[in-house]
Design a protein. Structure first.
Length: 180
C-alpha cells in the first residue's frame, strides 16, 4: 500500500476514520502500520478494515473515508443488501459476486438506482475480472448524489467538459465543402 496524495489527505481520511470509530458501532478489525514510515514526512495510512456492529448505523452510510479504508456490513439476504446500499445515497460502483444468475439479476436491478456501475462476477468472469475500482475513462457513468452526479470524470472524459463542441447544419454539398 503506497502513500496517499499528501499529508492533508491523510489527515482528512484519518479524521473520517475517527468519525466512524466514534460512532461506537464500528470496530477496527485490522490495521497494519507501514514499516519505516515517518508520519512527519510521509502520507502513509495503514490499510484498515472496519466491521459494522449495527448495519443501520448512520455513520456507515454517511461518512466516506476514502483512502485504504473498507467497511464490512453484514446483511441477512438480497433484499436487505439492496436496502443497505440505498442508505449510502449513491455510489460509483457496486460489486456482485455470485454463481446464481437469478440472484445476480435481482441484485443488479435493485442496486442500479443507487450506483453508476454494477460489476457482476460469476465463475466465467472470475479469473479475468479487473475489480470494480478499475477506471473506465471512456464510459459515461456515475452514481447519483455524491458519487459523480451521474458522470464519472476519469481520464479523457473529464477533458471533454473543457472543449468547445459545435454542430454544423447545412446541405450535403456545403457540409462536404466545409469538412473536406
Amino acid at each position: 500500500m503506497g502513500p496517499l496524495v499528501g499529508r492533508n489527505e491523510r489527515d482528512q481520511v484519518s479524521s473520517r476514520l475517527a468519525d466512524l470509530m466514534a460512532a461506537g458501532e464500528v470496530v477496527t478489525a485490522t490495521g497494519v502500520d507501514p514499516r519505516g514510515a515517518d508520519p512527519d514526512r510521509g502520507a502513509f495510512l495503514p490499510p484498515t478494515l472496519l466491521v459494522a456492529k449495527d448495519p443501520l448505523h448512520p455513520a456507515l452510510h454517511d461518512v466516506e473515508a476514502f483512502g485504504p479504508v473498507s467497511s464490512v456490513i453484514p446483511y441477512a439476504g438480497v433484499d436487505e443488501a439492496i436496502g443497505l446500499a440505498a442508505l449510502g445515497k449513491g455510489s460509483l460502483v457496486a460489486s456482485v459476486f455470485t454463481p446464481d444468475h437469478g440472484e445476480a439479476r435481482t441484485l443488479t436491478l435493485g442496486l442500479a438506482a443507487h450506483h453508476g456501475r454494477v460489476l457482476v462476477v460469476d465463475e466465467a468472469a472470475g479469473a479475468t475480472q479487473t475489480g470494480h475500482g478499475s477506471p473506465m475513462p471512456h464510459l459515461v457513468h456515475g452514481g447519483p448524489g455524491r458519487a459523480g452526479g451521474g458522470e464519472e470524470l476519469g481520464g479523457v472524459r473529464a477533458v471533454h467538459h473543457y472543449l468547445h463542441r459545435l454542430a454544423v447544419q447545412g446541405s450535403p454539398a456545403f457540409l462536404s465543402e466545409v469538412t473536406g
